[in-house]
Design a binder for this molecule. Structure first.
Ligand code: M1P
Length: 232
């Protein structure tokens, strides 16, 4: 059996550390199991959130939606991706014309094999992050931006990752690529499994390939923890 977990919103609150009690539980739970982590995030943020111990002790960690792969602390593979001028202009247009007026800087974050784009900016406070998340759920701004990017640039894929941003990468280089390396039955835990979310490609591929699997669409880390307790 293989267990695949998203991180932000699934094992930790978005961009925040894992609950210490859940961390203790999870550290024991992963022992003797095939556990993989897949996130849009980079290595530094991931370690900050889940701790080096969990990061090193799972089978593999797929950063940047699988565009950078780490095994027990060793870099295995990575792919590069950057925005061309046209894409950057298009995103800058969205930034300048958004109905969300408060901007805090760090709107484009270059990760390995992925660019993370945020209208509010990654330098926003936790309070502003939550305000934007709530507003975006009503306005559907990120969904609109993702759809327009993919319409204008057919070689590019854009997906809603966490609370305030969009993950952008080469078409097909989404989280589902991790399944190329993992064979057999999969239990997948994620909070963005609906169409347009960055966990969706894994769910879709498991279903299409008729692979033995179970999808756990969670709304927060506590739900993940409760499910794992019942699996035990
Ligand atoms: O910071 C890590 C997360 O960054 C984005 O989420 P958010 O919009 O909440 O900052 C996304 O890239 C997400 O995939 C990633 O886990």
């Amino acid at each position: 059996m293989n267990y695949i977990f998203d991180i932000d919103g699934t094992l930790t609150p978005s961009r925040l550390p894992i609950d210490p009690n859940f961390s203790n539980f999870f550290t024991n739970w992963i022992k003797q199991k095939n556990v993989y982590l897949v996130t849009g995030s980079d290595k530094e943020k991931t370690i900050e959130q889940i701790g080096l111990n969990i990061w090193k002790n799972v089978n593999k960690v797929y950063q940047s939606c699988g565009n950078q792969v780490w095994k027990k602390g060793q870099l295995i593979e990575e792919r590069s991706f950057s925005l061309n001028k046209k894409m950057k202009n298009k995103l800058t247009f969205f930034l300048n014309n958004s109905r969300w007026s408060e901007k805090f800087g760090n709107h484009f974050e270059q990760r390995v094999g992925l660019v993370n784009f945020s209208i509010i900016g990654r330098n926003c406070s936790q309070k502003k992050r939550e305000e934007y998340y709530f507003w975006d759920a009503q306005s559907k701004e990120r969904e609109m931006i993702c759809n327009q990017i993919m319409e204008h640039f057919p070689n590019i894929e854009a997906a809603i990752g966490g609370q305030i941003s969009i993950d952008i990468y080469e078409k097909g280089k989404n989280k589902a690529q991790v399944l190329d390396e993992i064979s057999g039955e999969v239990f997948f835990f994620g909070d963005k499994m609906d169409e347009g979310g960055n966990d969706y490609p894994i769910a879709k591929r498991l279903i299409l390939e008729k692979r033995p699997h179970k999808l756990f669409k969670v709304s927060d880390p506590l739900e993940t923890w409760n499910i794992l307790k019942t699996l035990n």
